[in-house]
Design a protein around this ligand. Structure first.
Ligand SMILES: Cc1cc2nc3c(=O)[nH]c(=O)nc-3n(C[C@H](O)[C@H](O)[C@H](O)COP(=O)(O)OP(=O)(O)OC[C@H]3O[C@@H](n4cnc5c(N)ncnc54)[C@H](O)[C@@H]3O)c2cc1C
Length: 427
C-alpha cells in the first residue's frame, strides 16, 4: 500500500491515505482509480468481498451477457480486446475487468467492509472492521445494486421449497422439470425465466406492474444505439414514439401477453424513475409459445404454491425472486445529506458526482457503465486539480491527530457515561 502511511496507536489502528479512499472495487471503483492514476494521483480501494467486480463474479447468473453493445459498456482509457463479441458474456466482461485492473496496477484492499464513513476535522474517516482509514477525499463506488431487495410477500415463510433471489441463482440446470414461480419481470426476471424454460423447467413469471419490452436490436442495430443517436436530433417524446412503433412492429402487442406498457414512454420513464426497459433476448417468443406463463400479482404464498390476484391457485416447487437491488450508502455514510434515503444522490445526473468536503460518487447515474465512465473522468480531473504533490500537509496531520484525540475522548467518556465536553474541561 504505497499510498498510505500507517500509524498504530495503542488503542486503534489508523491508516493515513495520501490520495482518495474509494469504497467498492466494482467497475466504477476500478474506473475512477485508473483515471486518478493517469492524472498522477494514487488511491486506495476498500472492497468488502475477496475479488474485484463481486456483483459480476458472485451474484449473477451464468447465461448473463452485457445488455448493451460493448462500446456502451467500456471503462475509460482501456478498451475491450478486439476479438470480443458485440455483447460480451459475463465471463468475458470479468476477464476484461481483471485485465483493466492489471493494466493500471490497481490492487484493492479486500475483506474491508466499510461500516462507517464520516467527515471530521477536514478529513474523511472511513471505518472498516479492521481499522480506520483517513483521507481528504472519499469516493463512493458501492453501486446502485449493493444489496438484494427481498420483498415482503404474505405467506412466503411457510413455502415448502427453496426461495432464492436472482443474486443466488446461477443456472436452470438444478430446476429441471420443476414448476418455478419467478417474481419480477425486469431484465433479470425475463432472462431467468428464459433460462429456466431452456432447462425444461416450467417458469411462471409474476408481472405486477406495467413494463416496456423493447427488441434488443432493430434491423441489426442496437435499440440503445438507435435511441442515443436519435436523441441528438429529436425531442425525447418523438424518440419514445419511434421506439414504441418499432417495438410494436417487431414484437407485436405485448399487452396481449399480459405485459402492459406504461403510459409514459421508455426513455422518459427511465429518466424520471430509473426504471430500465426490458431488452428482449428471447423470453418473449417463449411467452408467446406458452413455455413461460405470465401471471398477475401474487396475493399470497401458500405451503406448496401461490394464490394470485385473479383468484388462480397453482403449485410450485421453487421460487426465484427477481426483485432487484438497492444501494447501501445510507447504512454507512454518516453526517452527509448528499444521498437520499434510497441511497441515490439527491442531485440527478449530470450533477450527481460531487458533494461537499471532498465527497464524490461514481456509478450512481442510473446510466450503467456509460455513466461510470463520465463520472470517473470528472472526479479524477477535479481531484487532480487539488492534488498537491501527494503529501498530507502538517496542518492536515494535526487535524487528524485532533480527530484521533476526540475519538479517544469519546471512548473514554463512554466509559464514564458523561459528556465529551466534560472530558476536555477536565484535561
Ligand atoms: C444482472 C445485471 C446486469 C447488468 N448489465 C449491465 C450492462 O449490460 N451494461 C451496463 O452498463 N450496466 C449493467 N448493469 C448495471 C451494473 O450493475 C453496473 O453497470 C456495474 O456493475 C456498476 O458498477 P459499480 O462498480 O458502480 O457497482 P458494483 O458492480 O455493484 O460494485 C460495487 C462494489 O462495492 C462493494 N461494496 C458495497 N458495499 C460495500 C461496503 N460497505 N464496503 C466495501 N465494499 C462495498 C461491492 O462488494 C461491489 O464489489 C447490470 C446489473 C445487473 C445486476
Amino acid at each position: 500500500m504505497d499510498s498510505c502511511k500507517e500509524e498504530e496507536s495503542n488503542r486503534q489502528k489508523c491508516v493515513f491515505v495520501e490520495g482518495p479512499i474509494i469504497v467498492g472495487a466494482g467497475p466504477s471503483g476500478l474506473a475512477v482509480s485508473a483515471c486518478l492514476k493517469e492524472s498522477g494521483v494514487p488511491s486506495l480501494i476498500l472492497e468488502r468481498s475477496d475479488c474485484i467486480a463481486s456483483l459480476w463474479q458472485q451474484k449473477t447468473y451464468d447465461r448473463l451477457k452485457l445488455h448493451l453493445p460493448k462500446q456502451f459498456c467500456e471503462l475509460p482509457l482501456f478498451g475491450y480486446p478486439e476479438n470480443f463479441p458485440k455483447y460480451p458474456s459475463k465471463h468475458q466482461f470479468i476477464s476484461y475487468l481483471e485485465g483493466y485492473a492489471r493494466h493500471f496496477g490497481i490492487e484493492p484492499k479486500f475483506h474491508q467492509v466499510v461500516q462507517k464513513a464520516e467527515f471530521e476535522f477536514g478529513f474523511w474517516r472511513v471505518k472498516t472492521q479492521e481499522c480506520d482509514y483517513v483521507s481528504r477525499w472519499l469516493i463512493v463506488a458501492t453501486g446502485e445494486n449493493a444489496e438484494p431487495v427481498i420483498p415482503e410477500i404474505p405467506g412466503i415463510e411457510r413455502f415448502h421449497g427453496p426461495v432464492v433471489h436472482t443474486s443466488g441463482y446461477r443456472s436452470g440446470s438444478g430446476f429441471k422439470n420443476q414448476r418455478v414461480l419467478v417474481v419480477g419481470c425486469g431484465n433479470s426476471g425475463m432472462e431467468v425465466s428464459l433460462d429456466l424454460s431452456r432447462h425444461n423447467a416450467s417458469p411462471h413469471m409474476v408481472v405486477r406492474n406495467s413494463v416496456h419490452v423493447l427488441p434488443r436490436e432493430m434491423f441489426g442495430v442496437s435499440t440503445f444505439g438507435v435511441a442515443m443517436s436519435l436523441l441528438k436530433w429529436l425531442p425525447l417524446g418523438v424518440v419514445d414514439k419511434f421506439l414504441l412503433l418499432m417495438a410494436n412492429f417487431t414484437l407485436g402487442n405485448t399487452d396481449r401477453l399480459g405485459l402492459r406498457r406504461p403510459k409514459t414512454g421508455p426513455i422518459e420513464l427511465k429518466n424520471a424513475t430509473g426504471k430500465t426497459p426490458v431488452l428482449d433476448v428471447g423470453a418473449l417468443s417463449q411467452i408467446k409459445s406458452g413455455k413461460i406463463k405470465v401471471m398477475e400479482g401474487v396475493r399470497e404464498i401458500t405451503n406448496n404454491g401461490a394464490r394470485f390476484l385473479d383468484g388462480q391457485e397453482k403449485e410450485f416447487d421453487s421460487i426465484v425472486l427477481a426483485t432487484g437491488y438497492k444501494s447501501n450508502v445510507p447504512s454507512w455514510l454518516k453526517g452527509s445529506d448528499f444521498f437520499t434515503e434510497e441511497g441515490m444522490p439527491r442531485t440527478p445526473f449530470p450533477n450527481n458526482w460531487k458533494g461537499e468536503n471532498g465527497l464524490y460518487t461514481v456509478g450512481f447515474t442510473r446510466r450503467g457503465l456509460l455513466g461510470t465512465a463520465t463520472d470517473s473522468a470528472k472526479i479524477a480531473s477535479d481531484i487532480a486539480d487539488q492534488w498537491i504533490g501527494g503529501q498530507i500537509t502538517t496542518a492536515g496531520v494535526q487535524s487528524i491527530a485532533m480527530a484521533g484525540e476526540i475519538e479517544r475522548a469519546k471512548k473514554e467518556q463512554r466509559k464514564e457515561k458523561g459528556d465529551i465536553w466534560g472530558y476536555f474541561r477536565r484535561t
